[in-house]
Design a protein. Structure first.
Ligand code: CMC
Length: 431
């Protein structure tokens, strides 16, 4: 439990008690009022979407949405994107410190040696339809890992948790690439331990057994940045789903499968796929104004995908890095003239200047640019959220591990009940 500060909050309920509530002060961020004692006094708080609720205490990631700050273990995302790599960030998120050179080498070697999946897991894929969405496959096969790795299921054992972490970080790219290969009817590619994390992923996606696949270093670097920029984002919907699932003592693979399911929706990780679908639907620069008008129309549920964020109300620091990477990739591939990318660029300009978007602080988010990069690399849109899941796996694990490293309660929110009062059963002939 955190230490209460000297500040106190008081809550007075008409015809009820006046309660003094402890207030905690984190190293950064707003003060947090502890309302956990309200229940003992017969009251709950009401906070749909948890917009004002800190569900846990954490030391992993800090976000200041107003200032556009994202820190992992204190390090700004811009510095990590410039100087670090996804695997080094994985180490940082899990262990709390940047690795020494020897620790880094050992960690990378460990991950490389866990990339293969149990051979029998391959048969799971043939149970799916060829046109199955790769996120549907990923939810299934990641959950199924718990049936294969019985030696890392004891969540109270720190060593088990560590091995599960290695396995999940290492095997996710393999499982993701297999879901793509299955959809196009090509043989699965075995991972190659001599390649970096991102290179290996591109090799498993685009290589085939008949010829050598040369990984383009610009694309591998962009892929690594996409993984790194998605690595963690504090208590977002999927991470909260992982924590909630883990709070019941569920095994790590089941917890990560829950995270994948939560990530799938278009308001969260599904947005990068939705961005490309939206660009395709717009189809031509001449139709942009029509779609912008629809996004502004209160009667129309349509939203500009890839714009806006629950937490960032100024700019998304990940989007800044992604935009630079997008420019590098487009230049490398000579795709500056791609019609969809042209629509994206115009849309970005309009939204950055239009009053509606400026006033509501709806800036392009990370998914806007990551979608553009992935499309340029040749990755089909249905794989976009899968790639987000590969990057976010370490964040899910770090939070799950942090939760298990200290006492915690099972997650069990309450409700404001607004249904019928108690009533008596009515027999069918009297209804
Ligand atoms: N296009 C048009 N209007 C928008 C958009 C948008 N993309 N996003 C928000 N608004 C409007 C919304 O209609 C509302 O207007 P009003 O106050 O007049 O009712 C206002 O802006 C606030 O929206 P909200 O839904 O209350 O904001 P939120 O913080 O609950 O939602 C969001 C954040 C990301 C779900 C939302 O901005 C959205 O749906 N964006 C499009 C989907 C998207 O790109 N999601 C990826 C998020 S980044 C990846 C991740 O971290 O998971």
């Amino acid at each position: 439990m955190p230490e209460p500060s000297n500040i106190k909050a008081t809550i007075t309920i008409e015809n009820g008690p006046t309660l003094e509530l402890p207030v905690y002060q984190g190293t950064l961020g707003p003060d947090v009022v502890d309302i956990s004692n309200l229940t003992a006094n017969g009251r709950f708080t009401f906070d749909p979407g948890f917009v004002s609720t800190a569900s846990c205490e954490s030391q992993i990631t800090f976000i200041d949405g107003g200032k556009g700050v994202l820190l992992h273990r204190g390090y700004p995302i811009e510095q990590l994107a410039k100087h670090s790599s996804h695997l080094e960030a994985c180490y940082l998120l899990i262990y709390g410190e940047l690795p020494t050179a020897a620790e880094k080498e050992e960690f990378e070697a460990t991950i490389a040696r866990h990339t293969m999946v149990h051979e029998q897991l391959r048969t799971f894929y043939s149970g799916f339809r060829r046109d199955a969405h790769p996120m549907a496959i990923l939810c299934g096969v990641v959950g199924a890992l718990s049936a294969f790795y019985h030696d890392s299921l004891d969540v109270s054992d720190e060593k088990h948790r560590e091995i599960a972490a290695f396995r999940l970080i290492a095997k996710m790219p393999t499982l993701a690439a297999m879901s793509y290969k299955f959809s196009i009817g090509q043989p699965f590619m075995y991972p190659r331990n001599d390649l970096s994390y991102a290179e290996n992923f591109l090799h498993m996606m685009f290589g085939n057994p008949c010829e050598d696949y040369k990984v383009n270093p610009v694309l591998a670097s962009a892929m690594d940045k996409i993984f790194l920029l998605h690595a963690d984002h504090e208590q977002n919907a999927s991470t909260s789903a992982v924590r909630l699932t883990g709070s019941s003592g569920a095994n790590p693979f089941a917890c990560i499968a829950a995270g994948i399911a939560a990530l799938w929706g278009p308001s969260h990780g599904g947005a990068n796929e939705a961005v490309l679908e939206m660009l395709e639907e717009i189809g031509d620069e001449s139709r942009i104004d029509e779609f912008v008008a629809r996004a502004k129309d209160k009667e129309d549920p349509f939203r500009l995908m890839g714009f806006g964020h629950r937490v960032y109300k100024n700019f998304d620091p990940r989007a800044k890095v992604m935009k630079e990477t997008a420019d590098e990739v487009l230049k490398e591939l000579g795709l500056d003239d791609d019609p969809l990318l042209k629509i994206a660029k115009r849309l970005e300009k309009i939204a950055l200047e239009d009053n509606y978007f400026v006033e509501k602080k709806l800036y392009p988010n990370v998914d806007f640019y990551s979608g553009i990069i992935l499309k340029a690399i040749g990755i089909p849109t249905s794989m976009f959220t899968v790639i987000f899941a590969v990057g976010r796996t370490v964040g899910w694990i770090a939070h799950w591990h942090e939760m298990h490293s200290a006492p915690f309660k099972i997650g069990r929110p309450r409700q404001l009940y607004n249904g019928h009062k108690q009533r008596d059963y009515v027999p069918t002939d009297k209804r």
